[in-house]
Design a protein around this ligand. Structure first.
Ligand SMILES: C[S@@+](CC[C@H](N)C(=O)[O-])C[C@H]1O[C@@H](n2cnc3c(N)ncnc32)[C@H](O)[C@@H]1O
Length: 246
């Protein structure tokens, strides 16, 4: 099938950032593409963020639109993850070759710690000539900053974004640099992070926002209130540590 079609007859992959979960926090372009989509791939995970992404998608998608759920593996095994995405990419590549446009949605911004990155890599291997249009979305930490009116960066301050599941030492070094720090993927490290922020005297310039843009969002400007919180409190949450240097 490949090589016999000219470029015009192949479909386009639209990678759409749908923002943190509030159907009003989408670009006009994302809303337009979702409304015009005939086929939308929707990644799902065990962290149940999917229902909110679904809600955003349903808000814009046409009733006739085909919704394909992709249950993605959260395994740290790189090979297993790649194999999984190769399968989904293969399916999407088939549709594109057949001239169908495909939309793939992702929570927050499209190219920030998202499943779309894995899909893109896999698709490029299978269909290097694929036409791809990526539309950025509002990241969870942009909304967290807006909800708390905390600047992410000011003047010449650097901003570091750290997936907090990593070594706490990395967070400590980032805070010591004096720039702003965003912690994502906090999960079960929440209590350890609060202890660290307390120790380095950064608690009073830190904010915590979980499930931003969703009906049960939680905004805390006093992180001490999270002491002893449920172990799930750190899921779908970000912490912003305001920088000191300007
Ligand atoms: C796989 S990453 C996806 C990031 C996403 N692409 C973005 O731009 O925000 C998942 C992490 O993003 C953050 N996150 C995503 N949605 C969120 C929300 N609605 N509220 C707070 N944090 C969220 C959490 O730190 C979560 O662990």
């Amino acid at each position: 099938m490949t090589g016999t079609r000219d470029e015009k007859s192949t479909g386009t992959l639209y990678g759409i950032g749908v923002g943190p979960g509030d159907p009003e926090l989408l670009t006009l372009k994302a809303a337009r593409i979702l409304s015009n989509s005939r086929c939308i791939y929707l990644p799902t995970s065990r962290l149940s963020t999917q229902s909110y992404v679904t809600e955003v998608v349903q808000h814009y998608a046409d009733d006739e639109c085909e919704i394909c759920l992709v249950t993605f593996s959260l395994t740290n095994d790189r090979e297993q993850r790649q194999e999984h995405w190769q399968q989904t990419a293969g399916e999407i590549a088939e549709r594109l070759r057949a001239g169908q446009d495909v939309t793939f949605v992702t929570l927050g911004d499209t190219l920030l710690y998202s499943t779309y990155i894995y899909l893109l890599r896999a698709l490029r291997k299978q269909l290097p000539e694929a036409k791809i249009e990526t539309v950025p979305g509002i990241s969870s930490f942009s909304l967290a900053a807006a909800l708390t009116n905390i600047p992410l960066g000011e003047g010449l301050q650097p901003l570091q974004v750290i997936p907090a599941a990593n070594d706490l030492g990395i967070i400590e070094v980032a805070i010591a640099s004096g720039g702003g720090v965003v912690l994502m993927k906090i999960g079960r490290s929440l209590q350890d992070i609060i202890t660290l922020l307390d120790r380095v005297d950064a608690l009073d310039r830190s904010v915590f926002v979980s499930r931003s843009g969703l009906p049960d969002q939680r905004v805390e400007t006093n992180l001490k209130r999270l002491r002893g919180a449920d172990e799930k409190a750190g899921n779908l949450a970000v912490i912003i540590v305001q920088g000191t240097e300007t």
